[in-house]
Write a protein that binds this ligand. Structure first.
Ligand SMILES: C[S@@+](CC[C@H](N)C(=O)[O-])C[C@H]1O[C@@H](n2cnc3c(N)ncnc32)[C@H](O)[C@@H]1O
Length: 352
């Protein structure tokens, strides 16, 4: 049980390794990170068997930027037939689980295993339940089986409260038929990730006000309108007419980097593809000057040193707020719907 296994977007294995290696060094957990390019996964291999659990207990999964899912455990070879007996034998020294997820990595090879996993799930759940190893209890650890092939599985454990919200960290969100662009799902995913569901009614409430910078054609505005917010949509491009017809949207043809609302708003969201330092500065101004309470902004990633660069930007933003004497919670995640970017969420908490 000496390995922490993580899923990620293919091509970001190096970022996961850099991020975990840094945390492990800070927490004095000896080990090394490895991740084959384009494998959509990475590992942190610890020197001591108990250390992956120590790492998981010391870190909040939701605060990690690049990992989509994580679990501590080991790789197990599976036979071609009667895989269930081998899995049950592996479970002998492990606790009772509250749920089981069958996962595969986000590559073409991984996707080919989804049929296998779908068929295997029901008999496995039956066998685990019959053996007393699986009960319906969300407070118990989750068994995460990541199939690398039908013959090899990563046998992982994670706490449901401190791991991905969805299997493989891939949200099951339905594209709203009347939303004007696919990027609508990005903002919805950001809300799921950064705002606990129980707080949606209060923090994404009808009648709230929002500014959407770089709004056209309106996928993000659609999400705000769907929560019955009043939206100022700033973009030189055209907004979808269906959104304008709601009467909840005011479209301004202006520069998103200089626009400021007359009165503070509840939300500012920004999907302008620009140099990350510019978008970061925008966040600092809006939250720092009290122009909004919460913000969701995309940061485009640089070509190299992507983790180091994001961290540097986040630290600079945090220092800016410290200098202003205000408390702000800062979250950052490469969401499933993000490509060469990460999504930041900021919330003004009050005076330091
Ligand atoms: C990725 S698109 C936004 C898509 C939108 N979030 C949606 O869901 O439909 C980026 C938008 O930013 C706008 N944009 C680029 N630079 C801008 C600026 N300086 N001020 C305002 N909008 C800008 C572009 O016109 C474009 O419509």
């Amino acid at each position: 049980m000496n390995t922490l296994f993580m899923h990620c977007r293919p091509g970001f294995e190096g970022e996961v390794c850099a991020e975990l290696a840094e945390h492990a060094a800070r927490l004095n957990v000896p080990g090394y990170a490895k991740g084959k390019a384009a494998s959509a996964c990475a590992e942190f291999v610890c020197s001591e068997p108990g250390d992956p659990q120590r790492l998981m207990a010391a870190l909040r999964f939701s605060e990690l930027i690049f990992p989509r899912q994580w679990a501590r455990g080991r790789f197990v070879d599976l036979p071609e037939t009667d895989r269930i007996s081998v899995i049950l034998a592996e479970l002998a020294d492990l606790p009772v689980f509250g749920s089981v997820w069958l996962e595969m990595v986000d590559t073409n090879d991984g996707k080919e295993l989804s049929n296998f996993c779908r068929k295997f799930e029901a008999p496995l759940v039956n066998a685990l339940t019959k053996a007393g190893k699986l009960v319906d209890d969300p407070s118990k650890p989750r068994l995460l089986l990541t199939f690398k092939s039908g013959r090899e599985v990563f046998f992982g454990i994670a706490e449901p409260q401190n791991s991905a919200l969805w299997p493989m960290g891939i949200p099951r969100l339905k594209f709203p038929r009347d939303a004007p662009s696919r990027s609508t799902l990005k903002l919805e995913e950001a809300w799921h990730h950064f705002i606990p569901r129980a707080e949606w009614e209060e923090r994404l409430a009808p009648g709230m006000t929002a500014v959407d910078l770089g709004a056209a054609p309106g996928g993000w505005t659609w999400q705000l309108v769907n929560r019955e917010m009043m939206v100022i949509a700033v973009d030189n491009g055209p907004m979808a007419e269906s959104l304008m017809d709601t009467g909840l949207v005011q479209h301004l043809m202006a520069d998103g980097f200089t626009f400021k609302p007359r009165k503070p708003v509840n939300w500012m969201v920004c999907d302008i593809v620009e140099k990350p330092a510019r978008n970061a500065a925008l966040l600092e101004t809006w939250i720092g000057e009290g122009l909004c309470e919460e913000a969701v902004v995309n940061l485009k990633l640089p070509m190299k040193q992507r983790y180091a660069e994001v961290k540097r930007l986040l630290e600079r933003i945090a220092e800016g707020f410290k200098a202003r004497g205000i408390r702000v919670s800062i979250g950052c995640k490469q969401l499933y719907h993000d490509r060469e970017e990460v999504t930041c969420h900021l919330r003004r908490l009050g005076k330091a």
